[in-house]
Design a protein around this ligand. Structure first.
Ligand code: ATP
Length: 244
């Protein structure tokens, strides 16, 4: 049992003052709806202390056994946030989307508290723009990001797709025939296709290796490719172009 394991016990066990949790590296999740709730659960399942806040009593009750500390509070209330020690927390996620006014008000309160890392969910482009303009560094649009990802998966050449930013993605695919059977360095993938092959997994094995320049890839390997989404997409479709 590590020294912090007592903090990871369910909230029902932790009934005291939440303030030390912030100083100990807890993450605050404000809004425990579908997005905030699954995020909070996932963090907790990885042993992260989570302070969950929601305005709805019933929602708070659902998380009492899962999170280190949960509180029913209106996060637009700065005094309530300070009482919960949110000003001491370095990582805060504002997971309120549908109620635009609440999202903006909470974001302004949190910015005022001066937390180091703030993520906020947006449900539309204008919403994201407002949060960015206010000074929120990380604005996430889960439905949008998932839609983009799914579009790439459905098209068939890419089996997993991780948007890192608007103009940079990491995709899991298979090596196009024209880059197979020769050392990567001899192909010039980066100069020819403007993408980088980061890692590969041999057919029949379970582990990934870094794709060094001398690596030879085969058509039945799997690869991770990084670069601009359009370039990565084009690269993953090289065989299709050859067929057509
Ligand atoms: P999701 O899709 O994640 O379920 P949503 O966009 O449909 O979210 P929201 O209106 O964003 O729903 O609410 C997400 C959660 O935030 C809800 O559980 C709601 O009770 C909570 N919430 C809304 N306003 C506040 C507030 N002022 N303070 C704390 N929690 C709030």
């Amino acid at each position: 049992m590590n020294e912090r394991s007592w903090l990871a016990r369910p909230a029902a066990f932790f009934a005291g003052d939440p303030k030390p949790l912030g100083r100990e590296g807890a993450v605050a999740v404000i809004g425990l709806g579908r997005f905030g709730g699954s995020l909070a659960r996932e963090l907790a399942s990885h042993g992260v202390d989570v302070i969950g806040i929601d305005i709805a009593e019933a929602v708070v009750g659902e998380f009492a056994e899962t999170l280190t500390y949960v509180s029913r509070a209106d996060a637009t209330d700065e005094v309530a946030l300070r009482q919960l020690g949110i000003d001491e927390v370095s990582r805060v996620v504002i997971a309120i989307g549908g109620d635009l006014q609440a999202s903006i008000l909470v974001a302004s309160r949190i910015l005022k508290l001066g937390n180091q890392h703030i993520w906020a969910k947006a449900i539309s482009e204008p919403h994201a723009e407002i949060l960015h303009q206010m000074g929120i560094d990380h604005v996430v649009r889960p439905e949008n990001d998932m839609g983009r990802r799914l579009a790439h998966l459905i098209r068939g050449h890419i089996s997993d797709f991780l948007p890192i930013d608007e103009d940079f993605v990491l995709a899991r695919t298979t090596p196009p025939v024209r880059i197979s059977d020769a050392p990567l360095a001899s192909i010039g993938v980066r100069t020819t296709y403007a993408v980088t092959i980061v890692a590969f997994k041999r057919n029949g094995t379970e582990h990934w290796d870094i794709a060094d320049p001398e690596v030879v890839l085969y058509a039945d390997d799997e690869i991770l490719v990084a670069g601009h989404p359009r370039k990565v997409e084009a690269f993953s479709e090289l065989d299709k172009d050859a067929d057509g």
